[in-house]
Design a protein around this ligand. Structure first.
Ligand SMILES: [Zn+2]
Length: 380
């Protein structure tokens, strides 16, 4: 077999996946591959169980109808595993984004690097064992890291929210333990991939996923591709600097958006002003009742946040902004937040604003999507 043959095979598989349903003739016309080669490769893919025939389309020239080909959803599985400050999440997805198995393990913020590594592998082994004989279908693992990563080498370099998680060659570690090819991706990039593959961003070529909660981040899809950046850390939205602000950030800097507008930062600021401990739901409910101190503080913070989001929309000419599910706490005044963003947009073209449907597994799902994307060579 030649390299060219493999290249054709990859292109054919990728095209069938992207198109959903496609005929041999469509492939021949789109990819400019000899018909005989297409027939041979499809025969092989059908025999392997990756591709199947799913009906026929009328032949406009009056000849035999064209058989439509599609990917077999359960023919391959992909693992996603996300490390967060409170736990590790792992899922196994099929080609359609269906969760086949999932597992979670709690984590203490102060756990050592060695403990965390062991828990990651324990969880992955656990989720694999739940697959039984289907474990042979698993093609890759996407590990989702909370900090800055070297995606090429698969090393976790540094995390502002988990200081002990630094310089970990996590790709090699997982591969040595479970013998499955592993890829490393940052949290915001994984989350935006979940939206792109199976969420609200499916039909958009330019959109943003704004991560919101303990930290703030941003996943960017530009011209249909994830923006990774030179070192794999594009989208550090939480660490853009706000002029004139001095709040100390976990990254070591001052005046970062995350140090002003993340949930813990809001709680801290309200406590300083009211001398009371309140969680975010209580803060929002008092805000809605019009409590003056809370209203002044939260309005100012949300204004800074909204202007920052508008800056992103202006930079990337996005057509859609998807907010993290945690953003639902602001649902009663989401309209005002959106108005403030729109006020600061340079072009008044229509931008959609949505809240994500994904729950806590969004990051892990994105890791699995990254692994699908590597398997099919989708350029994400
Ligand atoms: Zn920072």
């Amino acid at each position: 077999m030649t390299t060219k043959y493999h290249l054709h095979r990859t292109n054919i598989l990728k095209t069938i996946y992207e198109k959903g349903k496609f005929s041999r003739k469509d492939l021949h016309e789109l990819l400019d591959i000899r018909f005989a080669t297409i027939t041979e490769i499809i025969k092989e893919l059908i025999k392997e169980g990756i591709v199947k025939e799913v009906g026929k389309r009328k032949n406009e020239k009056g000849g035999r109808p064209h058989s439509l080909l599609s990917i077999v959803p359960d023919s391959k599985f992909f693992i996603g595993c996300e490390l967060t400050t409170t736990g590790i999440y792992s899922v196994i997805l099929n080609f359609e984004g269906k969760i086949i198995k999932s597992e979670t393990i709690d984590l203490d913020l102060n756990e050592s690097k060695e403990n965390i590594k062991e828990k990651i592998v324990y969880l992955i082994k656990n989720v694999i064992s739940k697959c039984g004989s289907d474990k042979n279908k698993i093609c890759g693992i996407g590990f989702v890291d909370p900090g800055i990563v070297d995606t090429e080498k698969g090393i976790s370099l540094f995390s502002s929210i988990m200081p002990q998680w630094r310089d970990v060659p996590i790709k090699n570690y997982i591969e040595n333990e479970v013998s499955i090819e592993t890829f490393v991706i940052g949290t915001s990039q994984a989350k935006v991939l979940s939206e792109k593959f199976f969420g609200k961003g499916k039909n958009y070529r330019n959109f943003l996923f704004v991560e919101y909660g303990e930290g703030i981040g941003c996943g960017i899809i530009s011209d249909n591709r994830v923006v990774h950046g030179a070192g794999g850390v594009a989208g550090e939205f939480g660490h853009i600097k706000i002029n004139g602000r001095t709040e100390k950030c976990n990254c070591g800097g001052n005046g970062c958006l995350e140090a002003i507008a993340s949930i813990p930062s809001i709680i801290k600021k309200i406590k300083e002003a009211t001398k009371k401990d309140m969680n975010i739901s209580e803060i929002v409910s008092r805000y809605l009742k019009g409590e003056k101190i809370i209203k002044t503080i939260l309005d100012e913070i949300l204004e800074i946040f909204s202007i920052s989001v508008a800056n992103l929309v202006n930079l990337f000419n996005s057509e859609l902004v998807i907010f993290d599910r945690n953003f639902e706490i602001y649902k009663d005044f989401l309209g005002e937040i959106i108005r403030k963003i729109e006020e600061n947009m340079v072009y008044k073209y229509p931008v959609r604003f949505e809240i994500s449907d994904f729950g806590k597994e969004i990051g892990a799902i994105g890791g699995a999507c990254f692994s699908i994307s590597k398997f099919l060579k989708l350029d994400n």
